[in-house]
Design a protein around this ligand. Sequence first.
Ligand code: AQP
Length: 328
Amino acid sequence: MSLVFSGIQPTGAIHVGNYAGAISNWVRLQQEMDCIFCIVDYHSLTVAYEAKEMPRRVMDAALDILACGIDPERSRLFVQSHVPEHTELSWVLSCVAPMGELNRMTQFKEKSERVDWVNLGLYAYPVLQAADILLYKADVVPVGEDQVQHLEVTREIARRFNHQFGDTFPEPKPRLTKAARIMTLSDPSRKMSKSIEGSAIMLTDSEDAIRKQIKRAVTDVGPPAEPGTMSPGVANLFSLLEVFAPIEVYARFKGDYERGELRYKDIKESLTEEMLRVLSPIRERRRELAAKPGEVCRILKDSAADLRSRARVTMGEVREKLGLTACQ
Ligand code: AQP
Protein backbone atom coordinates (compact mmCIF):
# COMPACT_ATOMS: atom_id res chain seq x y z
CA MET A 1 0.00 0.00 0.00
CA SER A 2 1.24 3.52 -0.78
CA LEU A 3 2.45 5.62 2.13
CA VAL A 4 1.57 9.32 2.17
CA PHE A 5 3.62 12.02 3.91
CA SER A 6 2.93 15.74 3.97
CA GLY A 7 3.62 18.67 6.28
CA ILE A 8 2.60 22.19 7.13
CA GLN A 9 4.53 24.90 8.94
CA PRO A 10 3.18 26.42 12.16
CA THR A 11 3.84 29.89 10.77
CA GLY A 12 0.34 31.28 11.23
CA ALA A 13 -3.29 30.37 10.83
CA ILE A 14 -4.05 27.96 8.00
CA HIS A 15 -5.61 29.62 4.97
CA VAL A 16 -7.93 28.50 2.18
CA GLY A 17 -4.86 28.11 -0.12
CA ASN A 18 -3.37 25.52 2.26
CA TYR A 19 -6.79 23.85 2.42
CA ALA A 20 -7.33 23.86 -1.34
CA GLY A 21 -3.77 22.87 -2.30
CA ALA A 22 -2.97 20.37 0.43
CA ILE A 23 -5.27 19.63 3.37
CA SER A 24 -8.42 18.84 1.34
CA ASN A 25 -6.29 16.22 -0.42
CA TRP A 26 -4.99 14.86 2.90
CA VAL A 27 -8.57 14.31 4.04
CA ARG A 28 -9.41 12.43 0.83
CA LEU A 29 -6.23 10.33 0.75
CA GLN A 30 -6.60 9.07 4.33
CA GLN A 31 -9.67 7.09 3.15
CA GLU A 32 -7.50 4.87 0.96
CA MET A 33 -3.86 5.12 2.09
CA ASP A 34 -1.63 4.98 5.16
CA CYS A 35 -1.03 8.69 5.91
CA ILE A 36 1.48 10.63 8.02
CA PHE A 37 0.90 14.37 8.52
CA CYS A 38 3.45 16.57 10.22
CA ILE A 39 3.50 20.01 11.80
CA VAL A 40 6.97 20.99 10.65
CA ASP A 41 8.16 23.22 13.48
CA TYR A 42 11.87 22.77 12.64
CA HIS A 43 11.13 24.20 9.18
CA SER A 44 9.41 27.21 10.70
CA LEU A 45 12.63 28.18 12.56
CA THR A 46 13.97 29.40 9.20
CA VAL A 47 11.91 32.62 9.41
CA ALA A 48 11.79 35.13 12.29
CA TYR A 49 9.39 34.19 15.11
CA GLU A 50 8.79 34.68 18.84
CA ALA A 51 9.82 31.55 20.81
CA LYS A 52 7.04 32.06 23.36
CA GLU A 53 4.49 31.97 20.53
CA MET A 54 5.61 28.59 19.16
CA PRO A 55 3.59 26.25 21.44
CA ARG A 56 0.38 28.14 20.61
CA ARG A 57 1.17 28.09 16.88
CA VAL A 58 1.75 24.34 16.93
CA MET A 59 -1.52 23.82 18.83
CA ASP A 60 -3.36 26.10 16.35
CA ALA A 61 -2.04 24.10 13.41
CA ALA A 62 -3.11 20.83 15.09
CA LEU A 63 -6.59 22.21 15.77
CA ASP A 64 -6.99 23.43 12.19
CA ILE A 65 -5.83 20.14 10.68
CA LEU A 66 -8.00 17.96 12.92
CA ALA A 67 -10.99 20.26 12.40
CA CYS A 68 -10.58 19.94 8.62
CA GLY A 69 -11.21 16.21 8.99
CA ILE A 70 -7.91 14.45 9.64
CA ASP A 71 -8.97 11.40 11.61
CA PRO A 72 -6.42 10.33 14.26
CA GLU A 73 -7.84 6.80 14.13
CA ARG A 74 -6.77 6.52 10.48
CA SER A 75 -3.82 8.91 10.12
CA ARG A 76 -0.78 9.91 12.16
CA LEU A 77 -0.53 13.63 13.03
CA PHE A 78 2.64 14.66 14.87
CA VAL A 79 5.11 17.44 15.55
CA GLN A 80 8.41 17.22 13.66
CA SER A 81 10.66 18.11 16.64
CA HIS A 82 9.15 15.22 18.64
CA VAL A 83 11.03 12.85 16.31
CA PRO A 84 14.68 14.01 16.34
CA GLU A 85 15.65 11.49 13.63
CA HIS A 86 14.36 14.07 11.11
CA THR A 87 17.34 16.33 11.79
CA GLU A 88 19.77 13.40 11.97
CA LEU A 89 18.74 12.16 8.52
CA SER A 90 18.77 15.74 7.24
CA TRP A 91 22.52 16.02 8.00
CA VAL A 92 23.20 12.72 6.24
CA LEU A 93 21.22 13.81 3.19
CA SER A 94 22.93 17.21 3.11
CA CYS A 95 26.12 15.25 2.35
CA VAL A 96 24.59 13.90 -0.89
CA ALA A 97 22.40 16.94 -1.79
CA PRO A 98 23.71 18.82 -4.83
CA MET A 99 24.19 22.56 -4.17
CA GLY A 100 23.61 23.26 -7.87
CA GLU A 101 19.98 22.11 -7.44
CA LEU A 102 19.48 23.98 -4.16
CA ASN A 103 20.74 27.20 -5.78
CA ARG A 104 17.76 27.09 -8.15
CA MET A 105 15.01 27.00 -5.49
CA THR A 106 12.40 29.68 -6.15
CA GLN A 107 11.09 29.68 -2.57
CA PHE A 108 14.59 30.33 -1.22
CA LYS A 109 15.04 33.24 -3.63
CA GLU A 110 11.63 34.75 -2.77
CA LYS A 111 11.96 34.32 1.00
CA SER A 112 15.54 35.63 1.09
CA GLU A 113 14.38 38.84 -0.56
CA ARG A 114 12.05 39.49 2.39
CA VAL A 115 14.78 39.36 5.11
CA ASP A 116 17.83 41.46 6.08
CA TRP A 117 20.12 38.45 6.35
CA VAL A 118 19.71 34.88 5.15
CA ASN A 119 20.21 31.88 7.46
CA LEU A 120 21.60 28.53 6.35
CA GLY A 121 18.39 26.76 7.42
CA LEU A 122 16.36 28.64 4.80
CA TYR A 123 18.79 27.44 2.14
CA ALA A 124 18.83 23.86 3.45
CA TYR A 125 15.01 23.73 3.83
CA PRO A 126 14.53 21.27 0.91
CA VAL A 127 17.06 18.87 2.46
CA LEU A 128 15.17 18.74 5.76
CA GLN A 129 12.00 18.26 3.71
CA ALA A 130 13.65 15.33 1.92
CA ALA A 131 14.54 13.84 5.33
CA ASP A 132 10.91 14.24 6.52
CA ILE A 133 9.63 12.24 3.56
CA LEU A 134 12.40 9.65 3.18
CA LEU A 135 12.58 8.83 6.90
CA TYR A 136 9.27 6.98 6.48
CA LYS A 137 9.97 5.91 2.86
CA ALA A 138 6.79 7.68 1.78
CA ASP A 139 5.94 7.40 -1.91
CA VAL A 140 3.07 9.93 -2.26
CA VAL A 141 3.37 13.58 -1.19
CA PRO A 142 0.22 15.72 -1.47
CA VAL A 143 1.38 19.35 -1.80
CA GLY A 144 0.57 22.64 -3.48
CA GLU A 145 2.35 23.58 -6.71
CA ASP A 146 4.93 25.73 -4.85
CA GLN A 147 6.40 22.58 -3.29
CA VAL A 148 6.84 20.56 -6.51
CA GLN A 149 10.32 21.99 -7.09
CA HIS A 150 11.35 20.95 -3.55
CA LEU A 151 9.99 17.48 -4.14
CA GLU A 152 12.15 17.16 -7.24
CA VAL A 153 15.14 17.77 -4.91
CA THR A 154 13.89 14.95 -2.64
CA ARG A 155 13.77 12.63 -5.65
CA GLU A 156 17.28 13.66 -6.72
CA ILE A 157 18.62 13.13 -3.18
CA ALA A 158 16.99 9.67 -3.01
CA ARG A 159 18.53 8.74 -6.39
CA ARG A 160 22.00 9.92 -5.32
CA PHE A 161 21.84 8.16 -1.95
CA ASN A 162 20.67 4.92 -3.57
CA HIS A 163 23.39 5.16 -6.23
CA GLN A 164 26.15 5.78 -3.67
CA PHE A 165 25.06 3.48 -0.84
CA GLY A 166 22.66 0.94 -2.38
CA ASP A 167 18.92 0.87 -2.82
CA THR A 168 17.32 2.42 0.27
CA PHE A 169 14.71 5.07 -0.54
CA PRO A 170 11.76 5.23 -2.96
CA GLU A 171 11.47 8.29 -5.23
CA PRO A 172 8.30 9.95 -3.93
CA LYS A 173 5.81 11.55 -6.30
CA PRO A 174 3.79 14.76 -5.75
CA ARG A 175 -0.01 14.55 -5.65
CA LEU A 176 -1.61 17.87 -6.66
CA THR A 177 -5.19 19.04 -6.35
CA LYS A 178 -6.99 20.88 -9.17
CA ALA A 179 -6.43 24.06 -7.12
CA ALA A 180 -2.72 23.62 -6.52
CA ARG A 181 -1.92 27.34 -6.53
CA ILE A 182 -4.41 29.73 -4.96
CA MET A 183 -3.52 33.38 -5.41
CA THR A 184 -4.09 36.40 -3.16
CA LEU A 185 -7.61 37.72 -3.83
CA SER A 186 -6.52 41.37 -3.79
CA ASP A 187 -3.44 40.68 -5.96
CA PRO A 188 -3.79 37.57 -8.13
CA SER A 189 -0.16 37.81 -9.24
CA ARG A 190 0.99 36.65 -5.76
CA LYS A 191 0.51 33.27 -4.08
CA MET A 192 -1.80 33.30 -1.08
CA SER A 193 0.61 32.96 1.85
CA LYS A 194 0.51 32.81 5.65
CA SER A 195 3.53 34.98 6.13
CA ILE A 196 2.39 37.84 3.89
CA GLU A 197 0.12 40.06 5.98
CA GLY A 198 -3.41 40.41 4.61
CA SER A 199 -2.85 38.04 1.68
CA ALA A 200 -5.07 35.18 2.82
CA ILE A 201 -8.53 34.07 3.92
CA MET A 202 -7.85 32.14 7.12
CA LEU A 203 -10.02 29.13 8.01
CA THR A 204 -10.83 30.91 11.26
CA ASP A 205 -11.74 34.31 9.72
CA SER A 206 -15.18 35.63 10.64
CA GLU A 207 -18.02 35.34 8.12
CA ASP A 208 -17.96 39.08 7.73
CA ALA A 209 -14.21 39.14 6.96
CA ILE A 210 -14.63 36.37 4.37
CA ARG A 211 -17.55 38.17 2.69
CA LYS A 212 -15.53 41.40 2.49
CA GLN A 213 -12.39 39.73 1.07
CA ILE A 214 -14.29 37.90 -1.67
CA LYS A 215 -16.37 40.97 -2.51
CA ARG A 216 -13.17 42.99 -3.01
CA ALA A 217 -11.39 40.27 -5.03
CA VAL A 218 -9.68 41.70 -8.10
CA THR A 219 -11.18 40.27 -11.28
CA ASP A 220 -9.82 42.34 -14.16
CA VAL A 221 -6.20 43.46 -14.29
CA GLY A 222 -6.12 44.74 -17.85
CA PRO A 223 -6.35 42.52 -20.93
CA PRO A 224 -5.46 38.82 -20.53
CA ALA A 225 -1.89 37.71 -21.34
CA GLU A 226 -3.25 35.82 -24.35
CA PRO A 227 -6.57 36.55 -26.06
CA GLY A 228 -9.24 34.08 -24.95
CA THR A 229 -7.52 33.20 -21.65
CA MET A 230 -9.15 33.92 -18.31
CA SER A 231 -7.73 36.82 -16.32
CA PRO A 232 -5.76 35.60 -13.26
CA GLY A 233 -8.29 36.99 -10.76
CA VAL A 234 -11.23 35.22 -12.43
CA ALA A 235 -9.22 32.00 -12.81
CA ASN A 236 -8.50 32.18 -9.07
CA LEU A 237 -12.22 32.50 -8.25
CA PHE A 238 -12.90 29.44 -10.42
CA SER A 239 -10.13 27.47 -8.67
CA LEU A 240 -11.66 28.23 -5.29
CA LEU A 241 -15.15 27.42 -6.58
CA GLU A 242 -13.88 24.03 -7.78
CA VAL A 243 -12.73 23.21 -4.23
CA PHE A 244 -15.61 24.61 -2.25
CA ALA A 245 -18.71 24.22 -4.47
CA PRO A 246 -20.50 21.16 -5.83
CA ILE A 247 -19.50 20.34 -9.41
CA GLU A 248 -22.90 21.53 -10.82
CA VAL A 249 -22.36 25.03 -9.43
CA TYR A 250 -18.85 25.16 -10.85
CA ALA A 251 -20.09 23.88 -14.25
CA ARG A 252 -22.93 26.45 -14.33
CA PHE A 253 -20.52 29.37 -13.85
CA LYS A 254 -18.06 27.87 -16.33
CA GLY A 255 -20.91 27.73 -18.86
CA ASP A 256 -21.76 31.39 -18.14
CA TYR A 257 -18.11 32.32 -18.68
CA GLU A 258 -17.89 30.42 -21.98
CA ARG A 259 -21.04 32.15 -23.26
CA GLY A 260 -19.65 35.54 -22.18
CA GLU A 261 -22.44 35.87 -19.61
CA LEU A 262 -20.45 35.61 -16.37
CA ARG A 263 -21.36 38.27 -13.79
CA TYR A 264 -18.52 38.73 -11.31
CA LYS A 265 -20.96 39.71 -8.59
CA ASP A 266 -22.79 36.37 -8.97
CA ILE A 267 -19.70 34.15 -8.90
CA LYS A 268 -18.35 36.05 -5.88
CA GLU A 269 -21.63 35.70 -3.98
CA SER A 270 -21.89 32.02 -4.79
CA LEU A 271 -18.25 31.38 -3.82
CA THR A 272 -18.84 33.18 -0.51
CA GLU A 273 -21.87 31.05 0.36
CA GLU A 274 -20.18 27.78 -0.68
CA MET A 275 -17.01 28.60 1.24
CA LEU A 276 -18.97 29.50 4.38
CA ARG A 277 -20.98 26.27 4.01
CA VAL A 278 -17.73 24.22 4.03
CA LEU A 279 -15.91 26.29 6.65
CA SER A 280 -18.65 26.65 9.24
CA PRO A 281 -18.64 22.98 10.42
CA ILE A 282 -14.80 23.12 10.38
CA ARG A 283 -14.94 26.15 12.65
CA GLU A 284 -17.46 24.46 14.91
CA ARG A 285 -15.26 21.33 15.20
CA ARG A 286 -12.26 23.55 15.92
CA ARG A 287 -14.10 25.23 18.80
CA GLU A 288 -14.95 21.83 20.30
CA LEU A 289 -11.37 20.57 19.97
CA ALA A 290 -9.92 23.78 21.41
CA ALA A 291 -11.80 23.01 24.62
CA LYS A 292 -9.85 19.71 24.90
CA PRO A 293 -6.16 20.63 24.48
CA GLY A 294 -5.09 17.58 26.53
CA GLU A 295 -6.74 15.28 24.00
CA VAL A 296 -5.04 17.07 21.09
CA CYS A 297 -1.63 16.71 22.83
CA ARG A 298 -2.32 13.02 23.35
CA ILE A 299 -2.98 12.55 19.61
CA LEU A 300 0.28 14.34 18.75
CA LYS A 301 2.33 12.42 21.31
CA ASP A 302 0.89 8.98 20.47
CA SER A 303 1.61 9.56 16.78
CA ALA A 304 5.17 10.70 17.53
CA ALA A 305 5.81 7.61 19.68
CA ASP A 306 4.63 5.32 16.88
CA LEU A 307 6.60 7.20 14.21
CA ARG A 308 9.76 7.38 16.30
CA SER A 309 9.96 3.60 16.25
CA ARG A 310 9.55 3.58 12.45
CA ALA A 311 12.17 6.38 12.16
CA ARG A 312 14.67 4.41 14.26
CA VAL A 313 14.39 1.44 11.89
CA THR A 314 15.22 3.65 8.88
CA MET A 315 18.10 5.34 10.71
CA GLY A 316 19.49 1.92 11.69
CA GLU A 317 19.50 0.94 8.02
CA VAL A 318 21.01 4.28 6.98
CA ARG A 319 23.82 4.08 9.57
CA GLU A 320 24.58 0.56 8.42
CA LYS A 321 24.78 1.65 4.77
CA LEU A 322 26.98 4.63 5.66
CA GLY A 323 29.37 2.47 7.69
CA LEU A 324 28.58 4.27 10.97
CA THR A 325 28.79 0.97 12.78
CA ALA A 326 32.04 1.06 14.77
CA CYS A 327 31.88 -0.58 18.23
CA GLN A 328 28.31 -1.77 17.84
N1 AQP B 1 -1.53 29.55 -2.14
C1 AQP B 1 -1.49 28.23 -2.08
N2 AQP B 1 -2.23 27.48 -2.94
C2 AQP B 1 -2.19 26.12 -2.89
N3 AQP B 1 -1.45 25.43 -1.98
C3 AQP B 1 -0.71 26.14 -1.10
N4 AQP B 1 0.11 25.77 -0.10
C4 AQP B 1 0.62 26.87 0.49
N5 AQP B 1 0.14 27.98 -0.09
C5 AQP B 1 -0.69 27.56 -1.10
C6 AQP B 1 0.39 24.38 0.28
O1 AQP B 1 0.07 24.23 1.65
C7 AQP B 1 0.95 23.27 2.23
C8 AQP B 1 1.53 23.81 3.51
O2 AQP B 1 2.32 24.94 3.25
P1 AQP B 1 3.44 25.39 4.27
O3 AQP B 1 2.84 26.03 5.43
O4 AQP B 1 4.30 24.28 4.63
O5 AQP B 1 4.38 26.32 3.50
P2 AQP B 1 4.20 27.34 2.38
O6 AQP B 1 4.04 26.68 1.07
O7 AQP B 1 5.38 28.18 2.47
O8 AQP B 1 2.82 28.04 2.76
P3 AQP B 1 2.55 29.51 3.02
O9 AQP B 1 1.14 29.67 3.36
O10 AQP B 1 3.05 30.33 1.90
O11 AQP B 1 3.36 29.75 4.35
P4 AQP B 1 4.54 30.72 4.64
O12 AQP B 1 4.02 32.07 4.28
O13 AQP B 1 4.78 30.51 6.09
O14 AQP B 1 5.69 30.29 3.79
C9 AQP B 1 2.02 22.95 1.19
O15 AQP B 1 1.70 21.71 0.57
C10 AQP B 1 1.89 24.06 0.20
O16 AQP B 1 2.26 23.66 -1.10
